[in-house]
Design a protein around this ligand. Structure first.
Ligand code: C2E
Ligand code: CA
Ligand code: CA
Ligand code: CA
Length: 279
């Protein structure tokens, strides 16, 4: 059953999405929401598949709109990207992630990695790119615990600027992962040209593995390919024990997914990690 509220929300989100106003409204709403502090970061645990310990988390943005309820990132990130709002929003994400890491450490959770998604629009912006190394130098927690997730599109959108930026930040000890791996144009050769150390297998492959032999073969070859290039592999969207078991058997190092946990508010993430790691 679709509730009235949910229904209304979807009318708002999808029926107007084709019109340019939708973006104007939405961009203004994002600006307002930033001012009124309506965004939150939630954290999805990242698990070491061998030890089953929490080794880190991915920051995922959440928006609880006072009128429309929770709006998923897939409905507003692209508006933020097309309107330029992704720059202030992305800066907010970085600051909040930094504060939350400090909070985590104050609570005795040391050594966890934090992965932050970067939009291709942030990486196309010279001011953002120029400022990023300094931002990282001033980062309150260990730089070796910081990771940025980028898609292939982001890497290839402005290869020269992106390469220069990625080299600069990886020289500072930050890790870079390639998100949604296997989707997109898969210009795999480019992986070698950028300082990437982790690939995240897209959840669509992980989820098709059980029924679809070709998905299984793709995952197997991604893992083999990644390992030959000395990259670590993270499996995304693990929902079923057999998906976990297959990934583990193929040598995938880490995983995320609803089988372990969805993204949680910081306090709940801390509870989860304490329990999982027995601290
Ligand atoms: P993504 O970076 O590929 O993030 C993974 C998405 O898969 C998240 O959706 C997460 O909640 C969801 N997910 C995790 N485990 C499972 C699972 O087991 N099954 C299924 N079906 N889904 C799972 P979410 O939070 O809705 O984010 C969607 C996309 O929005 C992200 O895809 C990312 O591209 C973008 N996004 C989210 N937060 C941020 C952010 O802070 N900055 C930027 N630039 N983009 C963000
Ligand atoms: Ca991601
Ligand atoms: Ca992903
Ligand atoms: Ca994605």
């Amino acid at each position: 059953m679709v509730t009235g509220k949910r229904h209304k929300q979807q009318v708002f989100l999808y029926d107007r999405s084709a019109s340019p106003w939708f973006q104007m409204d939405m961009a203004a709403e994002i600006r307002r929401a930033l001012r009124e502090d309506e965004f939150q970061l939630h954290y999805q645990p990242r698990i070491d598949l061998k030890s089953r310990q929490v080794v880190g988390m991915e920051a995922l943005i959440r928006w609880e709109h006072p009128r429309y309820g929770s709006i998923p990132p897939s409905d507003f990130i692209y508006v933020a990207e097309n309107s330029g709002m992704i720059l202030p929003l992305g800066n907010w994400i970085l600051s909040r992630a930094e504060q939350d890491m400090a909070q985590l450490e104050r609570q005795g959770m040391k050594g966890l990695n934090i992965a932050i998604n970067l939009s291709f629009k942030q990486l196309q912006d010279p001011t953002f790119c120029d400022g990023l190394p300094r931002r990282i130098l001033n980062w309150k927690s260990a730089r070796s615990q910081l990771e940025f997730e980028l898609t292939e599109t982001a890497v290839l959108s402005n290869p020269e600027l992106v390469k220069k930026t990625l080299v600069a930040i990886s020289d500072l000890g930050v890790k870079i992962s390639l998100d949604d791996f296997g989707t997109g144009y898969s210009a795999l050769v480019h992986v070698q040209e950028f300082p990437i150390s982790i690939v995240k297998i897209d959840k669509s492959f992980v989820q098709r593995m059980a029924k679809d032999r070709s998905a299984l073969t793709i995952v197997e070859s991604i893992i083999g390919f990644a390992h030959r290039l000395n990259l670590e592999v993270v499996g995304e969207g693990i929902e079923q024990p057999d998906q976990l078991e297959k990934l583990q058997r193929m040598g995938c190092e880490q995983g995320q997914g609803y089988l372990f946990s969805k993204a949680l508010p910081l306090a709940k993430f801390i509870d989860y990690a304490r329990k999982a790691n027995a601290i």
